[in-house]
Design a protein around this ligand. Structure first.
Ligand code: SAH
Length: 365
């Protein structure tokens, strides 16, 4: 593993990040300086396509405008606090936000795919017992700009001839609990004027909030939905995923069926396998029964160890048996490959490690 960069601290910073400034306000600001409205578009293009991280680099803007901009705004509000590269080429960024909160995003290289895993909240309020992100509860939602900036930072790591191809919303937080900001960010990410990532290449992973799943379905976007199931019955699921006690599996499955009916996009069910808890043959049989008759994919995720938690990864034999039972029942099953194991790449782990240290690097300022 390499640690590449320690970066500037933002405390006391008052200049607002450009992506946080509402379009009308930016246009009024430009107009007050006798600048054409098209300048706003130029600046966005520099951030989204031109890889600029300073106003100085926006070379087709008049010099005095660039100077003026730099006194009032910042191109990006988040800064790279840490950049780790795993042996398998996975990059993990720890980003510091303007209020000194930190979030994670991950860039994965797989054949011709360049996939970014993004966070939607600082912390998480869902409380899944095995997940590092939820251990400290929810701190706050991310803004659309903060979600978009993760994609920009990850994209800026790629060689100029490469572009991001896929987004998985599987980082810290519950995406459907911050749906408006996420949708705003994804609209830019998937527009040709923005990052040009295909909407069909975006996967939103949720703990399963039925009303929000229906709301997302009704938008008739091409986004792919993944639902974190983790158990085949309510009794076990409520122990692993506490919010289940309020929602229940039936309502989640109905909402996911509705999503498929409306969008025509098959739903993926994620299932984190925890040794001796939900990894037994009887669980696989029950899961197959639960999903029978549905056009779905199952994504099995062997648990990634989280320090301080009592859960363990299942054995290889248990995994082989679990897969065989599901496939035997006619389900489409994939086992998620482990990426970035040596850099705490599972969601929320790096942030936790960093917060546990005496001081997060505050860098070169
Ligand atoms: N809140 C969303 C996104 C969370 S992260 C959701 O619940 O889906 C995406 C996936 O990673 C979820 O399925 C989550 O349960 C899983 N995950 C979280 N911590 C994990 C760990 N330590 N090992 C393996 N998978 C984990």
């Amino acid at each position: 593993m390499h640690v590449l960069q320690l970066c500037s601290r933002s405390a006391g910073e008052v200049r607002r990040p450009l992506l946080e400034v509402p379009a009308e306000e930016l246009l009024a600001w430009l107009q007050a300086r006798g600048q054409a409205p098209l300048r706003a578009r130029q600046m966005r293009r520099w951030l989204l396509a031109g890889r600029a991280t300073t106003f100085e680099q926006m070379s087709d803007l008049p010099r005095h405008l660039r100077e003026d901009l730099a006194t009032t705004f910042r191109p990006l509000g988040s800064a790279i606090a840490r950049h780790l590269i795993a042996r398998d080429g996975t990059h993990k960024l720890l980003l510091r936000l303007p209020d000194d909160q930190v979030i994670e995003c991950v860039l994965l290289h797989e054949a011709d795919r360049r996939t970014v895993c993004i966070s939607t909240q600082v912390g998480c309020g869902m409380g899944c017992v095995f997940c590092a992100s939820g251990l400290g509860g929810l701190v706050r939602n991310l803004t659309a700009g903060e979600i978009l900036e993760q994609l920009i930072h990850a994209r800026n790591l790629l060689p100029v001839e490469e572009r991001l191809t896929h987004i998985v919303v599987m980082g810290m937080g519950e995406p459907l609990a911050n749906l408006d900001a996420l949708l705003e960010a994804l609209a830019v990410a998937t527009s040709p004027e923005g990052l040009g990532i295909g909407a069909r290449h975006v996967t939103i992973s949720t703990v399963g909030l039925p009303a929000k799943i229906r709301q997302l379905a009704d938008l008739r976007k091409q986004y792919h939905l993944a639902v974190s199931l983790h158990a085949p019955n309510d009794e076990l699921r409520s122990r692993i995923v506490p919010t289940n006690a309020k929602t229940g599996l039936a309502a989640i499955l109905e909402a996911a069926d509705y999503f498929y009916a409306v969008t025509g996009r098959q739903v993926t069910y994620e299932y984190v396998l925890l040794r001796n808890i939900n990894d037994q043959p009887a669980h696989a049989v029950e899961l197959a029964k639960l999903l029978r008759g549905r056009q779905v994919h199952v994504n099995l995720i062997p648990f990634n160890d989280v320090e301080g938690l009592p859960y363990r990864r299942l054995t290889q034999q248990a995994l082989t048996d679990f897969v065989a039972i599901l496939r035997g029942a006619g389900l489409s099953v994939k086992v998620r490959k482990r990426k970035g194991a040596d850099i705490d790449a599972a969601c929320g782990q790096l942030r936790r490690t960093a917060l546990a240290e005496p001081a997060l690097p505050s860098g070169v300022g």
